[in-house]
Write a protein that binds this ligand. Structure first.
Ligand code: NOJ
Length: 511
């Protein structure tokens, strides 16, 4: 394991002290440089040849995560699921889908990851279950129901269509903030809080160090079920146009959410790391952050690759004091396709130079682009994801020579596509490759300390100071003068005459 400090052990170390001291900021030291690697389990590595990634496949590739130097890995949901929403439709929170393995495999993976100095984080979806969860059949009181025989208001689902559907068991109309196959739990019921808190405690008992909590803005809705008004400005996380036409004033983010999150914190324990996915601007995260360690700063995720826009986004995240930085995940086009391949190295430098947990999506280290999705084959071959997210979820290319780039010995569930710079194997062996760059940046990250200071955008260059270091990102094609002279500690491309090359970035140290 070596002597590298890790998230879990340090959290537990500080948790004892935090009982007497206020929780806020208690762990900011460690969290300032933590790097979390997101795995989409179906697409990481397949150990049993069925074409679907699994827990044994993840265990077999921990050396890659160790090589990169990440501190934790977060797995998108591994629970039994009919896969109406890529696993975010959970049919049993305490189980593991047989395609991935069994509960004992999670325990094994957690232990093996710890051997590599890596903590295991699970993805928990507290807002809704799958319509096939036994609770939906047997405990309808845990869900949100319309008081009338039909939709009681104009709320829309995030993927389009009304947010209310008729119950197949004939018990009326139920609410679903996402697909109809995902009925919303009623977080105003203490039983729901109790159940979900128990789920977190269960997984903590299996060696899991923390959780990424899904769609937290959707936990509580207006008890009077009032109509949402028309939208006047775009929301932070653009969804289906029908959903975006409304401002989600009553269908999400309601007062009292702190109580729900307090229950989750209690279940997870003080020592657990909790990061929230909150689909709201950062300045509305405060009530959530009372109980979480971090929340994703989606301003940065969606910022145009322009110095001013990046400055504004980082400022918004820094204001919470608990921003988790992320530029890519399983829901949106791959970074190379969103901001342009030429900017990917500079984006990695920016992400990893910011203080606060940084999240990398599998394949980001390879500068992997979007895949084609499911090959078109007519109506009998619909995409797996009806919202069109298959292209962002293609399996990892591990090797050059093996069929399907070593992802599986069988037929992959989605085609394996490699990055222009090659597979993991090739990139690890190639100086200057994206993977080598990410690895070097993770190592450099530990040498950066102090808050972000003097954040500025000038002439297409974003720059900020951290202690003696100056980080500069050139977002335009032309070379630009570096903001301050200094010794170059790291550069994505060679600097000349004190200029940062177009679309390059650097870290310098004031001499
Ligand atoms: C956010 C997840 O990242 C996404 O994949 C999912 O569709 C929604 N939450 C609903 O659970």
């Amino acid at each position: 394991m070596g002597d590298r400090p890790v998230l879990c052990s340090i959290r537990e170390h500080t948790a004892g002290r935090s009982r007497a001291a206020p929780r806020r900021g208690a762990r900011s030291g460690i969290l300032a440089w933590v790097v979390v690697y997101q795995i989409y389990p179906r697409s990481f590595a397949d150990a049993d040849g069925d074409g679907i990634g699994d827990l044994a496949g993840i265990s077999a590739h921990l050396d890659h995560l160790r090589w990169l130097g990440v501190d934790a890995l977060w797995m998108s949901p591994i629970h039994p699921s009919p896969m109406a929403d890529g696993g975010y439709d959970v049919a049993d929170y305490r189980g593991v889908d047989p395609a991935f393995g069994a509960v004992a495999d999670v325990e094994r993976l957690a232990a093996a990851a710890r051997e590599h100095g890596i903590d295991l984080l699970l993805d928990i979806v507290p807002c809704h279950t799958s319509i096939e969860h036994a609770w939906f059949r047997e405990r309808p009181e845990l869900y949100v129901w319309s008081p009338v025989d039909g939709p009681p208001n104009n709320w829309r689902g995030a993927f389009g269509g009304p947010a209310w559907s008729r119950d197949p068991h004939g018990r009326g109309w139920y609410l679903h903030s996402f697909y109809p196959e995902q009925p919303d739990l009623d977080w105003r019921s203490p039983k729901v809080a109790q159940e979900l808190a128990g789920v977190l405690a269960f997984w903590r008992g299996k060696g899991v160090a923390g959780f990424r909590l899904d769609a937290l803005q959707q936990l509580l809705k207006d008890p009077e079920l009032r109509d949402d008004p028309p939208a006047v400005s775009p929301s932070i996380m653009a969804g289906h146009p029908g959903h975006e036409a409304l401002e989600h004033r009553f269908s999400s983010d309601q007062p009292g959410v702190g109580q729900a999150l307090a229950a989750l914190r209690e279940g997870a324990g003080d020592g657990a790391f909790l990061v929230g996915e909150i689909g709201l601007p950062s300045d509305r995260h405060r009530p959530y952050l009372e109980h979480l360690d971090a929340s994703f700063c989606f301003e940065l995720f969606f910022a145009a690759w322009e110095a001013e826009a990046l400055e504004e986004a980082i400022t918004a995240g820094l204001a919470t004091g608990k921003a988790a930085w992320v530029l890519s995940n399983h829901d949106f086009p791959r970074l190379a396709d969103r901001i342009g391949r030429a900017n990917v190295a500079a984006a990695a430098l920016l992400l990893l130079a910011l203080p606060g947990p940084a999240f990398l999506f599998q394949g980001d280290e390879l500068a992997l682009g979007n895949g084609p999705g499911r090959p078109p084959g007519g109506p009998e071959h619909p995409p797996y994801d009806r919202a069109g997210r298959d292209p962002f979820r293609h399996p990892m290319p591990w090797t050059e020579d093996h069929p399907h780039h070593g992802f599986t010995t069988g037929v992959p569930w989605l085609e394996v596509t490699s990055a222009p710079e090659g597979s993991v194997e090739l990139q690890r062996a190639t100086p200057g490759s994206p993977a080598r760059l990410v690895r070097d940046l993770i190592a450099l990250r530990r040498k950066l300390s102090g808050p972000v200071e003097a954040l500025a955008a000038r002439g297409g260059v974003l720059s900020f100071r951290r202690g003696p270091h100056v980080v500069a990102v050139n977002t335009v094609r032309e070379a630009r003068p570096a903001p301050t002279p200094g010794e170059v500690v790291f550069a994505t491309a060679r600097r000349s005459n004190g200029h940062i090359p177009g679309q390059g970035a650097s870290v310098t140290r004031t001499v």
